[in-house]
Write a protein that binds this ligand. Structure first.
Ligand SMILES: NC(=O)c1ccc[n+]([C@@H]2O[C@H](COP(=O)([O-])OP(=O)(O)OC[C@H]3O[C@@H](n4cnc5c(N)ncnc54)[C@H](O)[C@@H]3O)[C@@H](O)[C@H]2O)c1
Length: 341
């Protein structure tokens, strides 16, 4: 069963995305059992597309897509994106497969690099054979510890190529370079959104997989200590999932966005400590905030310069942080807490 908060959110996305562009089309979503991928599967199915979701379930979970598996227009394939083969015609590939949680990817650096590099190479060839549109989930992390904030797409980045985050950052940077090369050499229709901290229902909260937002909510719900890294003055900009997904969908069919990198995020920047305080206020929890060593190479500030997306598709993220946070907390509160691994 899909729950009411997600259903309402899907309706809001559908109002902004044109149904006729996807109805009856064949769509491949890699990482389809993950956070963003499962939302995309839901939207495409509700727009009348035929969806194949590929996922190796390394960080994603079947519970995100269980409600789709009986739908004749939906097919799940448990497979590594690096080796996935498909014989049926595909019109759109939304390539979300990746290791996105810093704690998790730092203990699987090789798989993280391989998924970005070989997985993207495999998807590029598949897109070329099908003359399909390929949208690749890149990340704000390609900017590394940015010296220009808010960060525009024209900024080249400040990345440690051999640091603990390099498997993620450099893997995504390689994939961007590869896909831009496919666009230049073969005219492949590639779109490269750089996603900034998306959050909402289905974001994993547990153990190594949890991100700051979902981890803090889980800790607050249990009245456990909220664990802030460093002094909490590092900033992030949080974008509610419906805005992320709408941006991805609008970019997918946009003619002007061919071969382009485009920031997708919310330009409201806040410190991690502010995030912890806001979650404490809304949940009315009694959790203390505790401070822990800042991981090496953790970016000090992260905020997108958001004008390119609007210039291309005539839309920008709209959900106010307060509203998205309340919805997310409400959703988590309606579920049993995930066991921490
Ligand atoms: N959530 C964010 O804020 C954010 C920000 C920037 C970029 N991104 C990117 O967006 C994509 C989706 O992120 P998410 O937050 O939904 O993460 P997620 O972990 O929930 O989803 C990623 C999915 O990819 C799958 N996967 C990983 N390696 C695979 C492989 N080799 N073959 C097949 N499947 C594989 C995982 O099992 C998981 O289901 C990722 O590529 C991530 O790097 C996300």
């Amino acid at each position: 069963m899909i729950d009411d908060i997600i259903l309402e959110d899907l309706e809001n996305i559908k109002k902004l995305v044109k149904e006729d562009k996807f109805a009856g089309k064949n769509v491949l979503v890699t990482g389809g059992a993950g956070f963003i991928g499962s939302w995309l599967c839901d939207v495409f199915i509700s727009l009348g597309a035929k969806v194949v979701a590929v996922d190796d379930l390394s960080t994603g979970r079947m519970k995100n897509i269980d409600h789709l598996t009986k739908n004749p227009k939906f097919k799940f394939v448990k497979c590594d994106v690096c080796t996935f083969k498909n014989k049926e015609k595909i019109e759109f590939i939304l390539h979300m497969a990746g290791h996105a949680s810093p704690d998790e990817y730092q203990i699987h650096p090789i798989e993280t690099l391989q998924t970005s590099a070989f997985g993207s190479a495999n998807m590029a060839e598949l897109a070329r054979k099908n003359d399909a549109t390929l949208l690749f989930a890149s990340t704000s992390e390609v900017y590394g510890d940015a010296e220009v904030v808010p960060t525009p797409e024209s900024y080249w980045g400040k990345v440690n190529p051999i640091g603990p985050r390099s498997c993620y950052d450099e893997g995504k940077r390689f994939a961007e370079a590869l896909l831009v090369a496919y666009h230049k050499q073969y005219g492949l229709d590639v779109k490269i959104p750089r996603i900034f901290n998306s959050y909402g229902p289905r974001l994993r909260e547990d153990g190594l997989y949890g991100r700051a937002m979902s981890r803090f909510i889980a800790q607050a719900r249990a009245n456990d200590a909220i664990t802030v890294y460093g002094d909490g003055k590092q900033t992030r900009s949080f974008c509610y999932i419906t805005d992320t997904v709408t941006g991805l969908m609008l970019l997918t069919t946009n003619e002007k966005a061919k071969g382009e990198v485009v920031n997708i995020g919310n330009s409201k920047e806040m410190t991690i400590l502010e995030l912890a305080k806001r979650i404490k206020e809304i949940t009315k929890c009694k959790s203390p905030v505790t401070f822990h060593p800042l991981p090496k190479d953790d970016p000090k500030r992260r905020c997108p310069y958001m004008s390119k997306l609007d210039a291309l598709v005539g839309w920008k993220p709209q959900v106010k942080f307060e509203d998205g946070l309340r919805r997310t907390i409400k959703w988590f509160s309606s579920k049993p807490r995930d066991p921490q691994n």
